[in-house]
Design a protein around this ligand. Structure first.
Ligand SMILES: [Zn+2]
Length: 117
């Protein structure tokens, strides 16, 4: 009786393991994960600007001021205007970080003569 039950639960454990295996393999991809083709394309645009005079058009290549990731602006891109410059971010999380501490991520603007420390 007890032996039968032990065998049954072992079988269930094996079946459950088989069913979970593909899910575990898929769980490796993170939010910032890119395909190889996308990665190669982004490399071509290394040095893309992180800020713009105005909101860049969809398809413009940009560098995330926070993560440094090179990406293409699309209709879901997050923007933030700081000192007259529009910054593009690879994700909402990076935008949040920038808003918290823009001085850390925004390149120093040499234009201001009054901003002497
Ligand atoms: Zn990001």
């Amino acid at each position: 009786m007890t032996n039968m039950m032990r065998m049954k639960s072992a079988l269930i454990a094996i079946l459950a393991g088989l069913m979970l295996a593909p899910v575990a393999a898929r769980a490796h991809g993170g939010e910032h994960e890119k395909s190889e083709a996308e990665e190669a394309e982004a490399k071509k645009h290394t040095g893309a600007p992180s800020s713009f005079d105005k909101q860049p058009a969809i398809g413009t290549w940009a560098t995330c001021a926070v993560s440094g990731e090179v990406f293409q602006v699309d209709d879901e891109t997050d923007f933030h205007v700081h000192e007259g410059r529009t910054y593009a971010f690879c994700c909402g999380g990076c935008r949040k970080k920038f808003k918290k501490n823009p001085a850390k991520y925004a390149p120093a603007t040499p234009a201001k003569s009054t901003a002497t420390p």
